[in-house]
Design a protein around this ligand. Structure first.
Ligand code: BGC
Length: 348
């Protein structure tokens, strides 16, 4: 069969390393573009239901310098552990570890140079799948164990972006990988925000977090509060409410507790009333972080200005700070064990 994956060099990093882009197309004309830098999803072009115009539904940059300067993790693979670890400290097998602190007193998204800034090896597996690999060395950002990671991105003819994360380690470690794409199903145009998107998250609890965004261990019932998306609601409906959990975070930045049973279940649905494009999220993870781009700023693709609420993330993952909370699944990956995370972003 004809190979539909297009590979090209799109520039060089400041260290003079070639940045490669891989574009997968499906039979509906949909396209997924991924970079070897950060494993970044650079674009997802989705046909508009009414007229088949291709709409780019994710934020990003035209050139590699944009990604190198970005500190919002736009489109990237996040790890070794996504989200915050309190004070960057944890104990594993009676040993104390101190991770790099890059978010005030805490560790966020893998540290000072997380997986989002690494060069990944990429292989084309077949005409709709690429495989990215990265070896995170023992001690990187303070984590124990050489961690061998592979991430596959596939684009199916059912308009699904399928991401499978696998990893093994030679020493017990902790892991929590996710993807940090910011979606805007209206297509990114100047001044467009995601406040008019309709969102439904199949959850009635969040993992409560304090003012620094650190999980307290409490599972907070959010039914009938501004955080409740268990019934379809405009994202913007309550986003500016004077509600402590929202004001602490400057918008939505909360980990929703999912119905967990190891299958790849549907967890969220969202749609744009402007384009009619819909996105459904499926995962085998315990939580999903809804983040509404509360600190976005700067210039992105096509000179569009990114600002607060230009895009939103649905980051499927284990509960934040899990290693430090007895009641949570610790996120420990033992030597010889296989980490397996699958998430599907299905459009229209
Ligand atoms: C986190 C936010 C953080 C952002 C950085 C999100 O995944 O939940 O707290 O500010 O990433 O871009």
């Amino acid at each position: 069969m004809e190979n539909l994956i297009n590979k090209k060099i799109i520039g060089k990093t400041e260290n003079n390393i070639d940045v490669l882009s891989y574009t997968i197309k499906n039979k509906n004309g949909m396209e997924l573009e991924v970079l070897n830098y950060g494993g970044i999803i650079k674009s997802i072009l989705v046909p508009e239901p009414d007229n088949n115009n291709l709409i780019d539904v994710v934020l990003g940059f035209d050139n590699i310098q944009g990604y190198e300067q970005d500190d919002c993790y736009i489109g990237s693979i996040v790890g070794r552990v996504a989200n915050r670890i309190a004070k960057g400290k944890f104990i594993l097998n009676d040993k104390h570890y101190d991770l790099a602190l890059n978010n005030g007193n805490n560790h966020l998204h893998g540290g000072i140079e997380g997986f989002n800034k690494k060069i990944w090896d990429i292989d084309i597996l077949n005409n709709n799948t690429i495989k990215l690999e990265y070896l995170s060395k023992d001690g990187e950002e303070g984590y124990p164990g050489n961690l061998d990671i592979s991430v596959t991105y596939s684009l199916s003819d059912e308009n699904e972006v399928i991401i499978v994360y696998n990893a093994t380690t030679d020493k017990d470690t902790i892991i929590n990988l996710t993807n940090h794409s910011y979606f805007n199903l209206d297509g990114i145009k100047e001044d467009s925000t995601i406040e008019d998107h309709i969102l439904n998250i199949l959850s009635n609890k969040i993992t409560e977090s304090d003012e620094e965004g650190i999980s307290t261990g409490n599972l907070l019932d959010i039914m009938n509060t501004p955080l409740d998306f268990s019934k379809e609601k405009r994202i913007g409906e309550h986003i500016e409410d004077d509600f402590k959990q929202l004001r602490d975070k400057n918008g939505y930045d909360h980990n929703y507790v999912l119905n967990y049973d190891t299958h790849t279940n549907i967890v969220a649905k969202t749609k744009s009333l402007k384009t009619g494009i819909t996105l459904s999220v499926y995962t085998n993870q315990r939580g999903v972080q809804l983040y509404t781009g509360n600190y976005l700023e700067g210039t992105g693709k096509n000179n569009n200005i990114y600002k607060k609420y230009s895009g939103f993330c649905l980051e499927t993952q284990n509960f934040p700070n899990a290693i430090n909370i007895l009641e949570f699944d610790s996120g420990i990956l033992e030597k010889g064990e296989l980490y397996n995370h699958k998430t599907i972003y299905k459009f229209n």
